[in-house]
Design a protein around this ligand. Structure first.
Ligand code: GLN
Length: 275
């Protein structure tokens, strides 16, 4: 689809006849022009110069070509905080806020938290921001992701220790009071990988290139030895994986194994307590 906004088009025209999803368009028009949401209303008669129309057209065209809004504007809100988002990291999802809430409820005073596969740092930064007493460690196998995550910690005034690590590699011999993760859990070849925003996200953050459970298996198996007795492991997973993940946890001797539903009513997070 070709998107072209002509010079002389007013902000009001754009809103009356949106060229793509109105919410996406509003964000992109504001970003292209460097204006806030209210200006769209208070300046509805404002006509775009040729140069402004060109900038708006370019962003709307990128969106029409499928590029995620969060990558075009370079940011996304998560848990009330502002996160830089680049194609090196998964775009934070509202579903994942459930994992943060469960973590905040279970973290003891001055608790040591480990976020495995932190990506943008969304989970680690939200936990560290909400609980400044916590000692938060976040790891990722991607150096590019860690650079984004470190900037997100700084941007939000959160203290997080970042480690370049292939799963437990860099935290041998350490102990934690809570381990959280939103690992890659989409099976190789799943049709969702070829749809929507996922086409533009780092594939290593989405899929394990196997049955979808291999990262979850690695985390379940390795966390037991690195959790304080009775400490929680909480993991996000796919819409159809809760039973399998509870099975992994139970087989490994975790107690109070259970799943929690996201806003859509889907069992999205499962967890249990270490022996
Ligand atoms: N929740 C994401 C999606 O299905 C996947 C995130 C992940 O694999 N951890 O779009």
């Amino acid at each position: 689809m070709n998107v072209l906004v002509a010079a002389g088009t007013t902000l009001g025209d754009l809103q009356r006849r949106p060229l793509l999803d109105p919410v996406d368009q509003r964000i992109l028009v504001c970003h292209a022009l460097g204006i806030g949401r209210t200006a769209l209303i208070t300046q509805s008669e404002r006509a775009l110069s040729a140069e402004e129309a060109g900038r708006v057209s370019e962003l709307l065209q990128r969106r029409a070509n499928g590029e995620p809004v969060a990558y075009i504007v370079g940011r996304r809100e998560f848990f009330g905080l502002d996160f830089e988002t680049t194609p090196a990291v998964l775009i934070p999802r509202p579903d994942t806020e459930l994992l943060v809430e469960l973590a905040l409820q279970r973290l003891p005073p001055r608790g040591r938290v480990l976020d495995m596969g932190t990506g943008s740092g969304a989970i680690a930064v939200a936990v560290a921001h909400g609980r400044p007493d916590a000692v938060v460690t976040a790891l990722d196998v991607s150096e590019e992701a860690l650079a984004v995550a470190a900037r997100n910690a700084q941007r939000n005034g959160a203290h997080v220790r970042f480690l370049l690590s292939d799963w437990f590699g860099a935290v041998q011999g350490e102990q934690f009071d809570l381990i959280v993760s939103n690992p890659p859990y989409i099976a190789q070849g799943d049709r969702h990988l070829a749809q929507g925003d996922l086409r533009f996200e780092p594939s290593g953050a989405l899929t394990d290139f196997a049955d979808g459970l291999s990262a979850l298996r690695t985390i379940v198996a390795g966390a037991q030895a690195r959790l304080a007795p009775g400490a929680w492991l909480l993991m996000e997973h796919g819409y159809d994986q809760s039973e399998a993940v509870r099975g992994l946890l139970s087989a490994d001797g975790y107690t109070e194994v259970q799943s929690w539903r996201d806003l859509a009513g889907i069992e999205r997070v499962s967890g249990g307590r270490a022996r």
